[in-house]
Design a protein around this ligand. Sequence first.
Ligand code: GLA
Length: 678
Amino acid sequence: MSPSSTVGSALSVLTTSGETGSRLAFGCDYNPEQWDPAVWAEDIRLMREAGVTIVAINVFGWAQIQPGPDVFDFSGLDAIIGLLHGAGIGINLGTGTASPPPWLSTRHPEILPVDADGIRAWPGGRQAYCPSSPVFRAAAERLATEVATRYGSHPAVQLWHVSNELGCHNAHCYCDVSAGAFRDWLRARYETLDGLNAAWGTAFWSQRYGAWEEVLPPRRTLSAGNPTQALDFARFSSDEVLECYRVEERVLRRLTTVPVTTNFMVTAHIRTQDYWQWAPHMDVIANDHYLDHRLPDPHQELSFAADTTRGLAEGGPWLLMEQATGAVNWQPRNIAKTPGELMRNTFAHVARGADGVCFFQWRASAQGTEKFHSALLPHAGTDSRKWQEVLELSRALGSVRELAGTRVVAEAALIFSWEAWWATDLDSHPSEELRYLEQTHAMYRALWEAGITVDVVKPGADLSGYRLVVVPSLYLVRDAEAKAVTDFVADGGTAVITFFSGIVDEDDRVRLGGYPGAFTTLLGLHVDEFFPLAAGGSVALDDGATGTMWSENIVPGTAEVLVAFEDGPLPGSPAVTRNAFGRGSAWYVGTAVDRPHLSGLLVRAAQEAGVAIPADHADGVESVLRRGPDADYRFYINHTDAARTVGAAGLELLTGAAVDGMELPPGAVRVVKTRREN
Ligand code: GLA
């Protein structure tokens, strides 16, 4: 099966049912090896009761199924697969390579990863391998071959789950094997040392390389290191982890026709993988999402991650491979979900394009580091609030089963780049407080609060289907990527670009002639100096807004000034501008504007662009539209503890009631179906 073009259709294997026609997949990770086989029959019975349609097994199975270098024992896996198949439950089969067993790292300690200080990690946790290790890759390839050969044509196997969250713990390895692989990667990129020296700017600080052997990964240095070396190492590391996936993917495609995927972690947790590069190799785009309670608004970050995942699926349906029913075990404080939160979280993913919802994990572990992680079946068993919530959630997903295959409607796009993220967050920049993901989240939150749904797209994407494009702090941008934004505006679109965008090219080389070099013509201005604020500082703007962290000296050309700084280092100079360009307009924001004002500004830009903002948009209510062949489905998720009134008319699918406007109780979820005349 060829990847990418089949993204939607591969997922339909999971969302098509003989009994109900379409359905949303509902499932979990299942780790039966942690339990006495006497428990398995009860597991299967309860899975059926909960309406589980798919389970991921053998994700951490390596030590069980290959207990020694030349010993394979599939008896346990055979039994579990047989039980699941007998119960009509589909299988998302792990290749089992996520965590090397102790025998492998004991025999080959050279596979263990090394950090930037040269310290080698010990085994005993998980994922302790160097992504470039040929020994590890060969061992993983062998295991994947055994598993694919044995189960590749089993009728219950619906999906391949390659490894697990690749790059979660081990993306950056600085060992000598990695150093060699890094040099090979650099040779392929630059061909000559002259090319590398030019790209890395090694004329600075006497860093010029005269031989390839002198080139190293960015190991610990006394002073700040070379930024382009660090950026290239980030790119290389992403490519190396992707290659670990591809080694197994090639095996699976050779031996089976079952769709292949792995679980991403977009974007709060795994930051090291450029998933734009990964997506074309997946038959199904799958994401794991956990609420991060260290963030100010975890549910808005959830929405952003879901929209980004849909972007990776090119707007099509995707699979939520893991979330938690309640608390996780790995945050400083593991906050439980309040009543109704599980429903809201799940429906937020579905609203934003998920056609299946799975959990880590089925039964809460009794041992190991994750024993206090929530599950579908908690330690307390079925006599628990959690179990009742799970049953309720499963019923709710059943009542919206016709959503499978429908698509989210968005007239706005947000450009997101992992490369720009890595480059922006390098050291020695104007302000250490400028963090790419924070700026992206700030922009996204402002859109979320204004009720504007966005597609998250990669730099250089075709923007012609959008009315509004927002570009938060896109520090690194290639010429062609900047041109895509310029052409979009010239053709009548509206762009909103924020500070520290368009500053460097792909080699982290400053674009000269005034910032933001890639966008000065489009924006009709240039910036001649940055004026970042002191820690905790703020500036007043003349529309009543407050700016934090950043200010800069904007020199307008053709741009009109919409808002000016009122105090701070640059009183009276422009803070927000708008430039008529071609048939469209380009807005520029030169400071970190407070949330309500940023939202207001985006609403103005959206209105100018003709973006439809729902007339019934209510404060704190997440409202998203999915569109099917002959019906629209409007989601309402009330994240507040007050009732809200919304205007949709049609059939409300969760309650089965015909509605013509309705009150949303505090914390409630509703999905209103409206037939459309085509
Ligand atoms: C990740 C992993 C799972 C489990 C969960 C816990 O998503 O894939 O194996 O560790 O985290 O939250």
